[in-house]
Design a protein around this ligand. Structure first.
Ligand code: COA
Length: 334
């Protein structure tokens, strides 16, 4: 990433929404050949939240409302709303439009961004570029996914992994270049298309009785293949952004990793040379919430008083596509 402007984009607010309803591991062992011990030891997940009524936009709205309630942001001041999601309310219009109307952001434009588990990361970089270019002053970035709407609950390989959640951040400009987003390394590689996807519903396989019978409207994943690439991709890119910026492990206050599997997170921390006490974790409570993982971690840890102004953070993610990357930033909220 190159930023020659006099501004950095800095996070000035956080918000989150998780549904109330909980699915614990025992729920799955009540009808599938699985158990709590297997799920916890292989993934780190103990329970996840499910949105019984409503859509992704309801959670995105909830996260943005939480941000507004805690920062005092006037919805009319929002310039751009970016919603990272793979579970939009509809293929079109963009979920960002639905959120804009619900929150009453009369002066905003916006769009959805599709990059699966790296969606929030890619949306942060996009929003930051809008800020540092000087084109826009207040950009809201939301990561929101109702993964339970695309998970096959008879597939024990995948149904245990995912949950529903949303998180939001506000990006604004700062002339204090010691704060805010300082670097990013982002990648896509289409050789991953076949191992993690949802085949039905798009222009390739428009919905028919046959696509439904073949379960093509559900998430498809070859877990082992994805796992191998994810371990490598997330660990390498996180270490690379740290080394590129001449940071030592002790300079990093927090690694904020995408929460797909605790073992992937553990490998990333090890590769970076940092202990797990400096890694934000909420996978045990929420599972993999796709675009929701990083912003919900941020909101929870910040509100617990664990993130301080001046702390160096590394966001990192890996997901379908493949998509992956890391962002290095310095926290700017007191
Ligand atoms: N309960 C019990 N056994 C299960 C199970 C479950 N819920 N799900 C799968 N198994 C079985 C498999 O069928 C397999 O049995 P087999 O050896 O008889 O075929 C066995 O457990 C081992 O499967 P394996 O795939 O080797 O397990 P794993 O250690 O790789 O863990 C995942 C499986 C899904 C947890 C892991 O592959 C993973 O996390 N993948 C990537 C997830 C990810 O990052 N996805 C999104 C990218 S963001």
């Amino acid at each position: 990433m190159i930023n020659n402007s006099k501004y950095n984009a800095v996070i000035t607010g956080v918000g989150m929404y998780v549904p109330d309803d909980v699915l614990d591991n025992d729920y799955f062992s009540s009808y599938l050949d699985t158990n709590d011990e297997w799920i916890v030891s292989r993934t780190g997940i103990k329970e996840r939240r499910i949105l019984k009524n409503g859509a992704t936009s309801d959670m995105a709205y909830g996260a943005l409302k939480d941000l507004i309630d805690t920062t005092g942001l006037d919805p009319n001041e929002i310039d751009v709303i970016i919603v990272a999601t793979v579970t939009p309310d509809m293929l079109f219009p963009a979920t960002a439009c639905i959120v804009q109307e619900k929150i009453g952001a009369a002066n905003a434009w916006g769009f959805d961004l599709s990059a699966a588990c790296s969606g929030f990361l890619f949306a942060v970089q996009t929003g930051a570029a809008f800020i540092t270019s000087g084109a826009f002053k207040k950009v809201v970035v939301i990561g929101a996914d109702k993964m339970t709407s695309i998970v096959d609950y008879s597939d024990r390989n995948n149904c245990i992994l995912f949950g529903d959640a949303a998180g939001a951040i506000l990006l604004e400009a700062t002339e204090d270049k010691t704060l805010g987003i300082k670097d990013s390394i982002l990648h896509i590689d289409g050789t991953g298309v076949d191992v993690l996807n949802m085949k039905g519903g798009g222009s390739l396989n428009p919905p028919t009785h046959e696509t439904i019978d073949k379960k093509m409207h559900y998430l498809y994943q070859e877990g082992k293949a994805v796992y191998k690439r994810a371990v490598l991709g997330m660990a390498e890119v996180s270490a690379e952004v740290v080394e590129k910026n001449n940071l030592k492990p002790e300079d990093i206050a927090w690694l904020v990793p995408h929460q797909a599997n605790l073992r992937i997170i553990d490998s990333t921390a090890k590769r970076m040379g940092i202990g797990m006490e400096k890694v934000m974790i909420n996978i045990h409570k929420y599972g993999n919430t796709t675009s929701g993982t990083i912003p919900t971690c941020l909101a929870e840890y910040y509100r617990d008083g664990k993130v301080k102004k001046g702390d160096n953070l590394v966001f990192s993610a890996f997901g379908a596509g493949y998509t992956w990357g890391a962002i290095y930033l310095t926290w700017g909220i007191d």
